[in-house]
Write a protein that binds this ligand. Structure first.
Ligand code: HEC
Length: 157
């Protein structure tokens, strides 16, 4: 009887420590600054203190040297740009379907959510292979550009 109670208590302790780990999240160190992934799908804390600028986010999405998101995603609100790809899901109503916390991980490193994805990890700067000298140690997008893109995606509904 006593033994069973102790096992129960140990199990409770284990569950509590799991919960604590899940809550604390996993620190990702593959980008210019570390960030915390919670529950394997979201990054609740913004990468910068400055709020995202949706107008600049739209520019980053369209810019072929930056997001180039239209190469793979259709966005109805961006008909001023031609030739939207259909490799990835349409993003025209993404604000209604995905919280900002989850968009942040999708952009920073979508491989955490789907290891087989062909979508680039826009905030990865370490562990890249054969990078030209001028791009070494840099992510495709800066922390602020990621926050700007999220602010723009939040207008798509
Ligand atoms: C090379 C193609 C490619 C590029 C470039 C790309 N993505 Fe993606 N994206 C995908 C694919 C494919 C998926 C589908 C899920 C997966 O494979 O992980 C996806 C998924 C997403 C999702 C989740 C959509 C959902 O409904 O679940 C978001 C949000 C997203 N991308 C945003 C962006 C943004 C913003 C950019 C530009 C900064 C971008 N993507 C650039 C291919 C791409």
């Amino acid at each position: 009887m006593k033994k069973r109670m102790l096992t129960g208590l140990a199990a409770l302790g284990l569950a509590a420590s799991f919960a604590a780990t899940a809550h604390a999240g996993t620190v990702m160190k593959d980008g210019p600054t570390p960030y915390v992934v919670v529950g394997g799908v979201s990054v609740p804390k913004p990468l910068t203190d400055k709020p995202g600028d949706p107008a600049n986010g739209r520019k980053v999405v369209a810019n072929r040297k930056k997001g180039n998101c239209l190469a793979c995603h259709k966005i109805k609100q961006m008909q001023d740009f031609l030739f939207h790809g259909e490799i990835g899901p349409e993003l025209s109503d993404i604000a209604a379907n995905m919280p900002a916390d989850e968009m942040r991980l999708r952009l920073a490193n979508p491989k955490v959510v789907n290891p087989d994805t062909i979508m680039p990890a826009f905030y990865k700067s370490k562990g890249l292979f054969r990078v030209k000298k001028k791009f070494r140690g840099k992510s495709i997008l800066t922390a602020q550009e990621i926050e700007d893109v999220i602010a723009f995606l939040r207008t798509l509904k």
